[in-house]
Write a protein that binds this ligand. Structure first.
Ligand code: CJW
Length: 840
C-alpha cells in the first residue's frame, strides 16, 4: 500500500516527534501571525503582491493547518474504533465556496474577522473572491454537499467519493437574451483546499476482452485482458463538522495516463503521438456533463461513471485488506455504499468483479456481500432521466462487467419466475436488459436488484415510485423501499448566508439551532410580539437590499425593496414550468396596460437558472424571460408596478444572496414531476413564503407550516394523470379572457418584435393537448393564488408573521434530520466523537 517505507528504523523511533505537534492557536493573534508566515514564506509574496488571491491563499493555508490536526485525529479515532463506514458515491458534489463555511464550522468567525482587520484586510472581500466549486448540476449535487456537512456534524464516519472535474458546470453568459456557455476553469489558480494523495493511486481498466480459463484446482477463472488502463489519482478535501473537532474526507479522483507511454513513437520522433494516450486518459475527468434530469448516452459519461465506481471500490478494498486480510466475511457488516442515483451503479457489478476475479471469492458469497453493502437513492420519476446504456457500448468498454450483469439478470429472472410462474410479461418488464432493437442495460433496475435499500427523496416521490415507476420491484421486495425526505444544511443556508437573521434568531432563542434546527420552533410564539416582528422586518430589508444590489450590478435592473420580491431560481426545465411564471408576468403586464391597477402590489420578479446546452426549448425559455424583461422594464406605463430580471450564471454563491432577500418562493412544477426540490427549503428557512403545487417536498413544507401560511394552487399528481387524457388547452384558453389575452400578446409578437416567430415552438407546446406539463391547466389557479399573495403582502404585519412561522417550521428540513434518518434506517453507524487534543 502506498509509497515504499523508509528503510532505517529512525522513523519509528521519532514518529511522535513528527506527528504529535503542539496545538495551533485559535485566537486572532495566532491566526494573523500564521497568515503572515504563509504570505511571506510559503507563497513567497512581497510588497508588490496586492492581488486578493494571495490573501485568500494565505488565509486558507492558515486554516488548513488547523484543520489538518483535527483531520488526523478524526481518522485515528475512526481507525481505533474499527467502526462501520459509509461511502457516499456521487458523480456530483456541488460544494460552492469553502472558506466561509470552514471558518464557521471551526468556530472562528470572530477571531478570523479580527485577525484580518488587524492586518488591514476585509474578510468579506477575501471570502467573495473565492470561485465556486461547481462540480454539480443542481439539487442532486448540492444535496451531496449538504450531506457531507451534516455527516461531519453528526460525527458519522462517512467518506464522499467523487470526480475532480477540471471544468465544472459551465458559466452562463447572456447575450441578446440568449444563453452562451463558457468553460468554468475553476482551479486555474490552484485549489489550496485539496491534498494530493498520489500514494493511493488506483489502476482502472477499459476495453479489451473477457476470457475464462480453469485454474490449477479446476475452478473457472475469468480474466479481463488486453485492456487500456488509466490511473485514478485521489485528491482529498477536508469536511469539518460544526464545532466538534471532527473532520471527514471528500476524496475526488483525477484521471492520468499510465506512464507506459509509447516509447517507439517517441524514439521515432513523434513526440505528439507518444503523449496522445496521456491526453485521452485525462479526458475522463476533464468536464462535468451539464445535463440535469436527462441522460444523453455518451460513451465518455459511462467511462466517468465506471472510473468513479472502480477507483472508489478499489480504494475501500485496499484498506480492507490492509486491516483485515482477505477475509471478507465481515465486509458488509463494516461497509456500506450509498449510490447517489444510478450514476455510480457500476459499483454493483464492479464489486462482484473485484471480489471474484481479484480476491477469489465465489459468486454466492460475492453476491451476498455486494447486495448487503449497496443502497440506492432514486432522484427522479422522469422517464427521460432514467439511465440506460446500450449493451453494445457496455460490451466494448466494460466487457467483464457486462458478463456479470448478464449473470445477475439470469439469476434475478429465475427468482421472478419462481415467484410468478409463467408470467413472461412480468419477466420482460423487470429484466435488467431491455430487449428493444438496440438492447439496453437498465441501470435503475440493476441498482434495485443489487441493493438492500431503495429510497426516494420526498414522501410523495417515494410513494409514486412504489406504486408507479418501480411497482413490480415493490411487489417483489416491499421492505427494500423507503423514504428519506431531503434537507439542506442550516450552517450554509442560514447561519452562513444570512448573518443578520441568524443573529436575530440567536438573540431570541440561543445558538442551539445551528446544530439542532428543530429549536427554531421556539420562534413561533415570537410572531405575536410586535417588537420582534419589527426587528424581523428590518433584517429582511437588509437581505432585500443586498439582493437588489446584486440585481442592479448583474442585470442593470433596479428592484425597489418595498416591492414584493418574487423569485424562481433553478435549472430551466419544462417540468419546472418557468413558462407558467412567464404567463403570469405577461398577465400582470396586460393588467397594467389595461389600467386594471387598483389595489396594486408592486412586484419585482427574478428568474435565474441554466439550460442544458442541448435542450432547445429550455434555451428558448431563457430568451423569452429576457425579452419579457426588456419590454416590461422599458415600458413607461409600467412605472414601478412591475420589474422583471433574469440573473445570469445562477450558482451556489448567488443563491446565498438570493434566498435571504426573497419574499415569495416559486415552486410551481407540474404535480408528480419534481422529486423533492431543495431550493424550496432554503427559501423557507430564510423566511420566504411559498407559492406552490402539491409536488415533491412542497407537500411536507405546507404540512409543517400550516395551510394558512402557504399559497397552494393547481392540480394534484392524481388529477394530472386523470385529466391528461382529456386535456384541451385551446378550450381553456378560449374560456378564460385573461389567458386568451396573454396568449394573444405572445402570438402577436409583442415580445419578439425584432425576431418574429421565435417563440412559436413555445406557444405550440403550451397549446398542445399532449403537453406533458399541462401548463395551461394550472393558469387560472396560479393567477388566483398570486392575487392572494399580492393582497397578503399589503398587510405587512400579517406577512411578517407568516414569514416568522415559515422559518420556525423549517426545522424538519435540515439535512441533520435527513442524515439521522439515513443512519437510523439504512447505514446504522455509531457516532464517533473525535478524541485527542484539538477536538474543538
Ligand atoms: O435531485 C434533487 C431533487 C430534485 C431532483 C434532482 C435530480 O430533480 O427534485 O430535489 C435532490 O434529490 N437531479 C437529477 N435527477 N433528479 C439528475 C441530475 C443529473 C443528471 C441526471 C439526473 C445527469 C445526467 C443524467 C441524469 C447525465 O447523464 O449527465
Amino acid at each position: 500500500m502506498g509509497y515504499p517505507p523508509l528503510r532505517s528504523s529512525v522513523h519509528a523511533l521519532h514518529a511522535p516527534l513528527l506527528t504529535d505537534l503542539p496545538a495551533l492557536g485559535m485566537d486572532a493573534a495566532s491566526i494573523a501571525s500564521d497568515f503572515r508566515h504563509h504570505f511571506a514564506h510559503n507563497l513567497g509574496c512581497d510588497r508588490h503582491c496586492t492581488a486578493v488571491r494571495y490573501y485568500y491563499d494565505s488565509l486558507v493555508l492558515t486554516l488548513r493547518d488547523r484543520i489538518m490536526e483535527r483531520w488526523k485525529n478524526t481518522q485515528y479515532t475512526y481507525e481505533e474504533a474499527d467502526s462501520r463506514s459509509v461511502y457516499y458515491l456521487s458523480m456530483e458534489f456541488l460544494m460552492g465556496r469553502t472558506l466561509g463555511n470552514a471558518v464557521l464550522n471551526l468556530g472562528l468567525v470572530d477571531e478570523v474577522e479580527r485577525a484580518m482587520t488587524s492586518l488591514g484586510l476585509i474578510m468579506e472581500e477575501i471570502a467573495e473572491s473565492e470561485h465556486d466549486a461547481g462540480l454539480g448540476n443542481g439539487g442532486l449535487g448540492r444535496l451531496a454537499a449538504c450531506f457531507l456537512d451534516s455527516c461531519a456534524t453528526l460525527q458519522l464516519p462517512v467518506v464522499g467519493y467523487g470526480i475532480r472535474y477540471v471544468y465544472g458546470m459551465f458559466r452562463q453568459r447572456i447575450e441578446n437574451g440568449r444563453q452562451l456557455e463558457e468553460p468554468d476553469h475553476w482551479m486555474r489558480h490552484g485549489n489550496p483546499w485539496e491534498l494530493k494523495r498520489a500514494e493511493f493511486t488506483q489502476r482502472i481498466r477499459f476495453g479489451g476482452r473477457s476470457e475464462v480459463s480453469r485454474d490449477s484446482s479446476g475452478r473457472l477463472q475469468a480474466h479481463w485482458v488486453d485492456t487500456q488502463d488509466v490511473l485514478a489519482i485521489p485528491y482529498d478535501i477536508p469536511i469539518p463538522g460544526y464545532r466538534n473537532g471532527t473532520v471527514n474526507t471528500l476524496r475526488l479522483w483525477s484521471a492520468a495516463a499510465t506512464d507506459e507511454f509509447d516509447l517507439s513513437e517517441f524514439n521515432a520522433g513523434s513526440y505528439t503521438e507518444s503523449v496522445r494516450e496521456k491526453n485521452v486518459a485525462e479526458h475522463i475527468t476533464m468536464v462535468l456533463y451539464p445535463n440535469d434530469a436527462s441522460e444523453n448516452g455518451k460513451e465518455l459519461r459511462l467511462r466517468q461513471q465506471y472510473f468513479l465506481a472502480s477507483a472508489s471500490l478499489q480504494d475501500v478494498l485496499r484498506q480492507w485488506v490492509h486491516w483485515h486480510g482477505r477475509d471478507f466475511s465481515e465486509f458488509s457488516a463494516k461497509n456500506c455504499f450509498q449510490l447517489n442515483d444510478t450514476h455510480p451503479s457500476c459499483a454493483i457489478p464492479e464489486l462482484m468483479r473485484l471480489l471474484m476475479d481479484e480476491y477469489d471469492v465465489g459468486w454466492e458469497e460475492a453476491w451476498a456481500i455486494t447486495s448487503r453493502s449497496m443502497a440506492y437513492t432514486n432522484h427522479t420519476l422522469l422517464p427521460e432521466a432514467l439511465e440506460r446504456w446500450p449493451v453494445r457500448m457496455f460490451r466494448q468498454l466494460l466487457p467483464r462487467l457486462l458478463d456479470i450483469i448478464f449473470e445477475i439478470n439470469a439469476r434475478f429472472l429465475t427468482e421472478v419466475a419462481q415467484r410468478w410462474p409463467g408470467d413472461i410479461e412480468r419477466q420482460r418488464r423487470m429484466s435488467l436488459i431491455e430487449e428493444t432493437p438496440v438492447p439496453m442495460v437498465r441501470m435503475a433496475y440493476l441498482a434495485i436488484v443489487g441493493s438492500f435499500s431503495v429510497n426516494g427523496v420526498a414522501e410523495l416521490h417515494s410513494r409514486l415510485l412504489a406504486c408507479g415507476l418501480l411497482r413490480d420491484f415493490h411487489d417483489l421486495w416491499p421492505l427494500k423501499f423507503n423514504n428519506k425526505t431531503n434537507g439542506v444544511t442550516q450552517r450554509r443556508w442560514l447561519a452562513g448566508c444570512n448573518p443578520p437573521l441568524a443573529q436575530l434568531i440567536t438573540n431570541a432563542i440561543g445558538e442551539g439551532w445551528v446544530s439542532d434546527l428543530d429549536r427554531l420552533s421556539m420562534l413561533a410564539p415570537l410572531a405575536e410580539n410586535a417588537d420582534f416582528r419589527a426587528r424581523w422586518r428590518a433584517v429582511r430589508r437588509i437581505g432585500k437590499t443586498r439582493l437588489a444590489h446584486l440585481i442592479q450590478t448583474e442585470c442593470r435592473v433596479s428592484f425597489d425593496t418595498s416591492a414584493l420580491f418574487d423569485v424562481q431560481v433553478k435549472r430551466i426545465h419544462e417540468y419546472k414550468r418557468q413558462l407558467l411564471n412567464c404567463l403570469h408576468i405577461i398577465h400582470l403586464y396586460d393588467r397594467i396596460k389595461r389600467g386594471d391597477t387598483s389595489d396594486w402590489t408592486p412586484r419585482c420578479v427574478l428568474l435565474g437558472g441554466k439550460a442544458a446546452p442541448g435542450y432547445r426549448i429550455a434555451k428558448r425559455i431563457i430568451k423569452l424571460v429576457n425579452n419579457i424583461a426588456k419590454v416590461v422594464n422599458g415600458d413607461p406605463d409600467v412605472g414601478g408596478l412591475l420589474r422583471v430580471a433574469f440573473l445570469p450564471d445562477y450558482r451556489v454563491s448567488a443563491m446565498e444572496v438570493i434566498c435571504p432577500g426573497t419574499d415569495l418562493s416559486e415552486q410551481i412544477s407540474t404535480a408528480g414531476k419534481e422529486a423533492s426540490g431543495t431550493g424550496n427549503m432554503k427559501f423557507m428557512m430564510n423566511g420566504a413564503l411559498t407559492i406552490g403545487t402539491l409536488d415533491g417536498a412542497n407537500i411536507e413544507i405546507r404540512a409543517a407550516v400550516g395551510a394558512e401560511n402557504f399559497f397552494l394552487f393547481g392540480l394534484t399528481a392524481e388529477e394530472v394523470e386523470e385529466q391528461r387524457h382529456a386535456y384541451h388547452p385551446d378550450a381553456i384558453i378560449a374560456a378564460d379572457e385573461d389567458l386568451f389575452r396573454v396568449i394573444k400578446l405572445l402570438e402577436s409578437g409583442h415580445f419578439s418584435q425584432f425576431e418574429p416567430g421565435i417563440f412559436q415552438e413555445i406557444i405550440d407546446s403550451l397549446r398542445s393537448p399532449h403537453d406533458p406539463w399541462m401548463t395551461i391547466a394550472d393558469f387560472r389557479a396560479f393567477v388566483n393564488a398570486q392575487r392572494q399573495v399580492a393582497t397578503a403582502y399589503r398587510d405587512q404585519d400579517a406577512w411578517i408573521r407568516m414569514s416568522i412561522y415559515n422559518t420556525a417550521a423549517s426545522g424538519r428540513f435540515s439535512t441533520d434530520r435527513t442524515i439521522a434518518e439515513y443512519n437510523r434506517e439504512i447505514w446504522r453507524l455509531t457516532p464517533i466523537p473525535a478524541q485527542g487534543s484539538n477536538t474543538l
